[in-house]
Design a protein around this ligand. Structure first.
Ligand code: PSU
Ligand code: MN
Length: 315
């Protein structure tokens, strides 16, 4: 299989290219979570397990990153291992950063936004992650709104995540998504999951109870030419969830510390994730790993249904 790449900066791994050509299910995976979201060695170990979970669910995994200025769709085990080892030394790369990593021939760990862009270039319609970025608490002061939200408004891919972390302002994040026409879909849940916790006080826009229903909605959206993403929110498994009261206190104190230390911008999310893991004695990390694995599996099942429903649909 050596069709020309659909884009001169894009390198699609053979297995992924072959799956796409056969209209077989593919799930894209981000790499900021590897380099900035979890500590070594559990980051790389988790990334390998996430790929295995995608395969179990019936799809081909495509972990996405920028290596030597090339947009990589599908990484080798060794490349994942190296990203995990180098961790925060690899630049966190969102939409604004992509051209510079490419122009300079550098490496980048892609956020949800950057992963969506690269996945969509390759023709992938489903991705999995842990949590999306959103409107941060204290936005009135900081204007801190993740580029993930704007990307969700414009790029055509379904993003399976564990809802919205309560380090974010869940209500304002939902308002933003509503304005941008991005549906918040609950996967077997009526309320928006809050990442470490299975539920929140906020209702989802729509609920689906199986992967086929999710795939049906994705098909309808893109067949209608309605651009943008769909967020599919899948609650953390019951056994791994943390109590909302406990995690909220931990998050409040981590945000207080972040503000006192003047940490802002792209450093905010990695700092908060690290602090929360320390303060929960690693239990938040266990929950994070469990929810990512769960999302990978569900994303694969949705991608499998999607490829069955709309053979050859191209947007
Ligand atoms: N939430 C997590 N783990 C992560 C991230 C979010 O629980 O690793 C990462 C994702 O890559 C997400 C990014 O796209 O943080 C958002 O960062 P920012 O708020 O700086 O846009
Ligand atoms: Mn931000």
């Amino acid at each position: 299989m050596s069709e020309p790449s659909p884009h001169p900066y894009l390198d699609i791994a053979d297995e992924v290219r072959d799956a796409l050509a056969r209209n077989h299910a593919v799930v894209a995976l981000e790499s900021t979570i590897i380099c900035h979201g979890m500590p070594w060695p559990r980051n790389a170990e988790t990334a390998h397990r996430v790929e295995a979970a995608v395969r179990d669910g019936g799809a081909i995994p495509a972990t996405i990153a920028i290596l030597d200025g090339r947009l990589k769709v599908g990484l080798s085990e060794e490349e994942i291992q190296q990203l995990g080892k180098r961790g925060q030394a690899v630049a966190k790369t969102s939409r604004r950063d992509i051209p510079f990593m490419v122009a300079r021939g550098e490496d980048g760990a892609t956020t949800v936004a950057a992963t969506m862009i690269i996945a969509a270039m390759a023709g992938i319609r489903v991705m999995a992650t842990g949590g999306i970025g959103g409107v941060h608490r204290g936005v009135e002061e900081t204007m801190d709104i993740s580029a993930d939200l704007e990307e969700l408004a414009r790029t055509n891919i379904a993003v399976v995540c564990a809802g919205i972390k309560s380090v974010l302002d869940i209500g304002r994040t939902l308002e933003y998504l509503e304005t941008m026409g991005v549906p918040m879909v609950g996967f077997r849940t009526d309320t928006v999951p809050a990442f470490y916790a299975r539920s929140s006080d906020f209702p989802v826009d729509y609920r689906v109870d199986d992967p086929a229903q999710a795939a049906e909605a994705i098909c309808a959206k893109y067949a209608l030419g309605i651009d943008g993403a769909m967020v599919i929110a899948n609650p953390v498994p019951e056994a791994d969830a943390l109590a909302a009261e406990e995690i909220d206190g931990v998050i409040d104190s981590a945000i207080g510390e972040m503000n006192r230390r003047g940490i802002s911008g792209k450093e905010s999310t990695p700092f908060l994730l690290g602090r929360i893991a320390e303060k929960t004695g690693g239990r938040s990390l266990d929950a994070n790993i469990a929810l990512v694995l769960n999302n990978a599996r569900v994303a694969a099942e949705i991608a499998a249904q999607y490829s069955r429903k709309e053979p050859g649909i191209l947007i």
